[in-house]
Design a protein around this ligand. Structure first.
Ligand code: 4AD
Ligand code: MG
Length: 477
């Protein structure tokens, strides 16, 4: 008999039809009521075993975590909270699970503990809800761009360039760790390496993405990116996924509009397609918040926060205006910020971003026109000689969720910046050449996928919105 997924079964009108379901036992009560979950929905199916229908031997093997195949009749459920249940006719144990040693007991486990058993945590309500939402968001990303005629470009994972002009990359090499080939002056000879040069894992697909924007007009990448920075925060991973659209003929304000439309679309998609999971996650977040001091709780619950994003324009604000607001803010005057804002030009920390979003404007903020000195070399230089056409989108509870800019399309200006920063031109020749052969104004941005998932699920730690998080000191699994 063909298996039916529980999500589908729970929506089926019961008429004593025979059905087969397969899944993992969440609980087994009174030797009678099996709560079964197959991951297709947050809801469990109740399967009822008639007294004396199964041998004692079989009953003993129906333990939390065991995998079962159940065939029986779908009937209306007399119990509260569920429309249907299955009256068991036949039950097969597909995989035993020794309750004595199974780490996932039917009780609340801490997220920290669940990270240590990441191979099993997908079977919890919280993680399975997060992963279903994550899937829906990935799908929505492609839908948004496909509907607008953007092309999905696969940029390389192994790269010979360092997009952000920063360090913090993971080296890719096939040279021997103990005895790498060396040249005469004793340095490692990367010309003997697999690619005949130094290579790294990419930190961003942007630079390669730009080449295709200047060919197909509107493109996006969506892939894994890697950063070897030693950031042990709730918002940083060493391996994360990034969505990077890049558009020819867009200026900074077109770019900001696209970023707003994109984020609003994603939040709306979640509200419309992930209701059950969001309701569960919203309750979960409320329980978690109840443990916090009153002034740290958010005023809106998860679903209200998502609606709020879809219904309000984002606040646009120049860096210079932001500095003025921050300089005169209470936490700055009372020295409550860890990093005090005293002069124009300082980089903003997440405490400042969150103040602007959560306390001052109480809505998402797009900061633009940052000082050139704190932003990347490729950002378009403004006429004031000090700022570049950069933008960051700041979200409540998250801080920076998107970073982007209009790109410097003028060869001379870009070249001057590359020289000022003493960047390795031999790696960037193709990027520079793009400005010589039919250059065009263009813009783009990067959305951190896991930060988006944090916002949409209300999860506090980025390590809990990706199946197997990579962070300093951890690459288990
Ligand atoms: O601001 P970032 O570094 O920008 C870029 O990489 C540009 N090349 C993007 C572009 O213009 N095409 O990163 C973009 C976003 C951040 O806003 C943040 O959401 C996320 O990526 N991000 C991280 N997410 C998780 N862990 C990390 N270590 C992250 N670093 C950045
Ligand atoms: Mg950034």
């Amino acid at each position: 008999m063909k298996r039916i997924k529980i999500a589908q079964l729970l929506k089926t009108t019961p008429s004593e039809q025979e059905v087969t379901v397969m899944g993992w036992v969440r609980t087994f009560r009174n030797n009678q009521f099996i709560s079964l979950n197959d991951g297709s929905t947050i809801h469990n199916l109740q399967a009822v075993v008639a007294l004396n229908a199964l041998s004692d031997e079989t009953l003993k093997r129906i333990t939390t975590g065991a995998c079962l195949s159940i065939t029986g009749k779908l009937i209306p459920s007399p119990a509260k909270g569920q429309a249907v249940e299955v009256k068991v006719d036949a039950l097969e144990i597909l995989g035993d699970c020794d309750a004595e040693v199974y780490p996932l007991q039917p009780k609340k486990h801490s997220l920290e503990f669940l990270r240590e058993i990441a191979h099993l945590r997908g079977r919890t309500n919280t993680m399975s809800a997060v992963m279903r939402v994550r899937h829906a968001m990935a799908f929505a990303v492609h839908k948004f761009f496909n509907d607008r005629g953007f092309y999905y470009i696969h940029t390389p994972i192994i790269t010979g360039s360092d997009a952000e002009g920063a360090g913090d990359m993971f080296r890719v090499t096939s040279l021997s760790v103990d005895k790498p080939e060396r040249n005469e002056d004793g340095k490692v000879d990367f010309s003997k390496d697999f690619f005949g040069r130094e290579t790294n894992l990419t930190v961003s697909g942007q630079l390669e993405g730009e080449t295709y924007a200047l060919a197909l007009s509107e493109i996006y990448t969506f892939g894994p990116t890697f950063r070897a920075e030693n950031s042990n925060t709730t918002r940083h991973l060493a391996e994360f996924w990034m969505i990077e659209p890049e558009m020819a003929f867009y200026d900074l304000s077109d770019n900001m509009q696209l970023a707003q439309d994109f984020l609003q679309f994603l939040c709306r998609y979640a509200l419309e397609n992930c209701q059950d999971d969001l309701e569960f996650l919203s309750k979960r977040a409320l329980d978690e918040e109840a443990a916090k001091p009153a002034d740290q709780r958010s005023e809106l619950n998860l679903i209200e926060r998502l609606r709020f994003v879809t219904e309000n324009d984002f606040q646009k604000l120049s860096y210079t205006e932001a500095i003025e607001i921050l300089r005169n803010s209470n936490p700055n005057k009372k020295k409550k910020f860890q990093y005090l804002i005293d002069q124009w030009g300082t980089d903003l920390q997440s405490e400042h971003e969150r103040y602007l979003v959560e306390k001052h404007f109480k809505k998402p903020v797009i900061l633009y026109n940052y000082p050139a000195a704190i932003k990347s070399f490729y950002m378009r230089q403004n006429e004031d000689g000090k700022t570049v056409a950069a933008m960051d989108v700041l979200f409540p509870g998250i801080g920076e969720i998107i970073g982007g800019s209009q790109r410097e399309e003028r060869y001379d200006r870009l070249m001057r910046r590359v020289e000022e920063l003493a960047m390795p031109q031999k790696d960037l020749w193709w990027y520079l050449e793009l400005r010589k052969f039919g250059s065009a104004p263009h813009s783009g941005f990067g959305l951190g996928f896991e930060r988006l998932i944090q916002f949409v699920t209300g999860m506090g730690n980025i390590r809990d919105v990706i199946p197997f998080p990579r962070y300093p000191g951890n690459a288990e699994f």
